[in-house]
Design a protein around this ligand. Structure first.
Ligand code: AMP
Ligand code: FES
Ligand code: ZN
Length: 322
């Protein structure tokens, strides 16, 4: 009979997680401690959160953001949730139900916004618009823009101090990969687990899961018994971000730790020396959008003050109603 492999931390319980990147294997209890310790390190290194702040976490119903909400609540932070309904049929309704169930079970505040109600169009409508006019923004591009806009708006209206998202190590490394491949220096400058607020304007944003991989977050949910939406968004296929994730996973398979070395190396040794305090500067140079009043960043030689979301929304509604 094969010998049971014990947890290398407590040396008592059977190990349930093999972790080649950390050269260890852990039992369920020690694994939960490990995840919390990684989040604590992230919060400390970037001074992300304080116990006296009101935090809003954007929760999609997926493993990362639900786990993040769970972890921050367990740590005793004052954290409410925000779910944005994108109108993507059964995928959106199942996600919303899962988030609602979590909030009810934990007895915490959840804000629910629906794109169609708030802005007059939803994500499936952007697919229709793209068929009518190929110059409209893609569904995924519009979705990302709408999420950033809605998160910021709800955080500002609700007077939250910080906005937290469930972006994990895979999300951040693949984002970095894409930005490097295209040498998008403005995006590279702003790529950070923590972006400062500009008072009364853009809400501060943090990503406390940037040290943990997708797989590690899925394991956290399974061990904690958290129900999450397993299915991917049906529109994600062929997305370039997915392609970068697959490439990085292939590298990670050959050399465990490669993904973390790529991301942490950039954050620790490249970002500041090359880009200095660009994140703070970009947050500072915002002006109110002339349509919605939300802050918009003036970049390059742009002088108009209509935010990207209002421009996209106006184009979408014109194409859809035209
Ligand atoms: P994604 O853009 O899908 O990679 O998601 C990144 C993060 O954005 C998630 O971890 C969540 O924190 C947040 N998020 C994504 N979709 C939603 C949604 N529909 N409602 C609220 N938050 C979301
Ligand atoms: Fe945004 Fe699928 S979640 S397009
Ligand atoms: Zn606007």
């Amino acid at each position: 009979m094969a010998a049971i492999k014990r947890c290398l931390q407590c040396k008592v319980n059977p190990a349930v997680m093999d972790m080649p990147r950390h050269r260890t294997r852990l039992c369920g209890d020690c694994y939960i401690d490990f995840v919390r310790a990684q989040v604590r390190t992230a919060i400390r290194e970037y001074r992300m959160l304080r116990y006296d702040q009101r935090i809003l976490v954007a929760v999609s119903g997926g493993k990362d953001s639900l786990a993040l909400w769970d972890i921050l609540l367990d740590m005793g932070y004052n954290v409410d949730g925000l779910y944005l309904g994108l109108g993507i049929g059964g995928y959106s309704s199942r996600s919303e139900q899962i988030v609602r169930d979590f909030a009810e079970r934990r007895g915490v505040v959840l804000h629910v916004e629906r794109m169609e109600e708030a802005y007059g169009f939803d994500i499936p409508a952007t697919v229709q618009a793209a068929k009518k006019d190929r110059h409209t923004r893609s569904a995924c591009g519009t979705c990302g823009l709408a999420k950033r806009y809605a998160f910021n708006q709800v955080a500002l209206v609700g007077e939250y101090d910080i906005m937290a998202t469930g972006h994990n190590l895979d999300d951040e490394a693949s984002q970095l990969f894409g930005n490097v491949m295209r040498w998008q220096t403005d995006f590279l400058a702003r790529q950070s687990p923590s972006l400062p607020a500009s008072p009364g304007e853009l809400a501060a944003k943090v990503k406390p899961l940037y040290r943990l991989t997708e797989k590690e977050m899925a394991a956290y949910c399974v061990i904690k018994g958290l129900n999450y939406v397993v299915e991917e968004c049906p529109l994600v296929k062929g997305n370039t971000q997915m392609m970068y994730k697959e490439m990085l996973n292939a590298m990670e398979h050959e050399a465990p730790g490669a993904k973390a070395a790529f991301l942490f190396g950039y954050l620790d040794r490249v970002r500041e020396p090359f880009f200095g305090d660009a994140a703070a500067q970009s947050a500072a140079s915002t002006v109110p959008c002339q349509v919605c009043g939300m802050p918009t960043v003036l970049s390059g030689d742009r002088t108009e003050a209509t935010c990207a979301f209002c421009r996209t929304r106006s184009k979408m509604l014109t194409v859809l109603n035209g």
